[in-house]
Every structure is written in C-alpha cells, then in structure tokens.
Design a protein around this ligand. Sequence first.
Ligand SMILES: NC(=O)c1ccc[n+]([C@@H]2O[C@H](COP(=O)([O-])OP(=O)(O)OC[C@H]3O[C@@H](n4cnc5c(N)ncnc54)[C@H](OP(=O)(O)O)[C@@H]3O)[C@@H](O)[C@H]2O)c1
Length: 255
Amino acid sequence: MTSLSDTSCLTGHSVLVTGASGAIGQAIVKRLLADGAVVFAAGRNETTLQKLSETDPARIVPLVYDIADEQAVKAAFRTIQSKQSDPAVGSLIGLVNNAGVMDEASLMLSSLDAVKHQLNVNFLAAYQHMQLAARLMARLKQGAIVNVVSQVGEQGSAGMSAYAASKAALTGATKALAKELASTGIRVNAVAPGFIDTSLTEHYDDKAKEAVLSRTAFNRAGTPEQVADAVGFLMSSASSYTSGHVFPVDGIFHP
Ligand SMILES: NC(=O)c1ccc[n+]([C@@H]2O[C@H](COP(=O)([O-])OP(=O)(O)OC[C@H]3O[C@@H](n4cnc5c(N)ncnc54)[C@H](OP(=O)(O)O)[C@@H]3O)[C@@H](O)[C@H]2O)c1
C-alpha cells in the first residue's frame, strides 16, 4: 500500500522539467529533488539554470535549448539518452511539460505569428517532448507525464483565445495519450493552475489582478509551490491508479 507521501519511485531515476528557469518550474524542480529524483532542468536562460544547478550540482542537470526548435529538442533527448546508464542519473521516468508562453490579445487584434508561437511552444513542443520521452519510458514499462495546462484552457477567458486553444489542445492530448499509453505503464495527467504570481502574470496591474481574484473563490493568488505539490503527487506512486485527469490548482476559479 502507498501513502500520500510515497515518492520512493523517483529515487534512482530522472525527470525532465521544461520551463525550469521560470517560477513554477523552479518550484517543481525543488519538489522533485526533495522526492529523490535527478532532474534535467530545461530552459533557454542559461544563467538562471546554472544558478539553479549550483543548489544541487549532483542532481540538477541543466539543459539549455529552445523547446520550439525541433532539432534542439532531439539533441536534448540524445543527451538524456546518453546518461541513462549512468547510475548517478538513472533512467528517465518522468516528464513535466511546464514551459509556456502567454500573449494576451483580442481576436480582432491578434497577429497570426503570436498565435502560432503560442501553439508551437505550449502544444507542439510539449507533444514532441511526450513522443520522445514515451519512447524511452516505454522500455522501462513505467513512467509519468505531467502537463501544466491552465484554467484558461479549461474555461476560456476573453482576450486569451490563442493561449486557451494551445492549453486546451494539450489537455486533449493528455486525455487521449493516457488511454493510448496505458498498456505501456506510462501515466499522463495535467495540472491546471488558476492565477499564480509569476513573471507570466506580472503585467497584471492591481485592477486586472483584482478582476481575476474576484472570480476566484479563495480570493487570493496561488503559489508556484502549490502547483509543484500537485505535480509531485501526479509524478509519484501515490497516484499510480490515476491517468488522463486534469488536476485543478486554482482556488476555485470561475469565469
Ligand atoms: N502563472 C500563472 O498564473 C499560470 C496559470 C496557469 C498556467 N500557467 C502555466 O504554468 C507554466 C509555467 O509558467 P510560469 O508562471 O512559471 O511562467 P514563467 O515564470 O514565465 O516561466 C515560463 C517558462 O517557460 C520557458 N519557456 C518559454 N518559452 C520557451 C521556449 N521557447 N523554449 C524553452 N523554454 C521556454 C521559460 O524559459 P526561459 O525564460 O529560460 O526561456 C520559463 O522557464 C506555463 O506553462 C504557464 O502557461 C501559469
């Protein structure tokens, strides 16, 4: 029997976290380290990743690449694969698709380039990561994928149609891949944050923030650590009978 704190399945294994240079990503890295994993910390900001890895150099492996660059993603996975037999790293048992971009614009003023960029980063890149990670994890007949989606993708929000569509696409893929990969031992879940104070939301002035929080029953913003706790649970054996679900971390957000 496993307990809610049973995270022992991560010890001796590695997990890839994208967007590890961001606020939620750093909290996820810390949570997975505490749970025993070695973490491949991916992002474009080399300085931030280097600083992060200095907090635990033996267990944080920085990977600097643009996730929207298909060839760079393949190269990153070759690096991960080359370390699979290193006992200090361990085989890849988890993927957290956390990197994301948000560009708010109304339909009539949206540039198609901005729409494509959000679809590329938030959906296509995450899809390619799932494809390459699943090929590695299927050999082990176990693994867990957690996608960071958004309440905006679940419920919609005016001025955020492209972002909502990109996150809803990832939610759809989460549910479909959970079924497709069930026989391989790989679970696929998502967490859907509401409003979290990070650089993604720092452009909100007090009025805009108040407008969002007035639609949040808890009437306060969430923290990166609260999102990371949900990711840790879905990555752990404590959730071993759960796949294809979207776990809200939103203080009860209602549009
Ligand atoms: N904050 C919220 O209220 C909220 C709510 C719902 C969902 N989310 C989701 O939570 C996730 C994390 O967001 P956050 O709030 O922590 O924002 P953040 O601090 O801005 O972090 C975003 C991360 O994404 C990475 N990233 C963006 N484009 C990339 C690219 N092309 N290649 C590689 N990495 C890229 C950034 O890395 P570099 O800077 O190193 O490039 C950064 O680490 C996102 O998926 C976001 O949509 C956030």
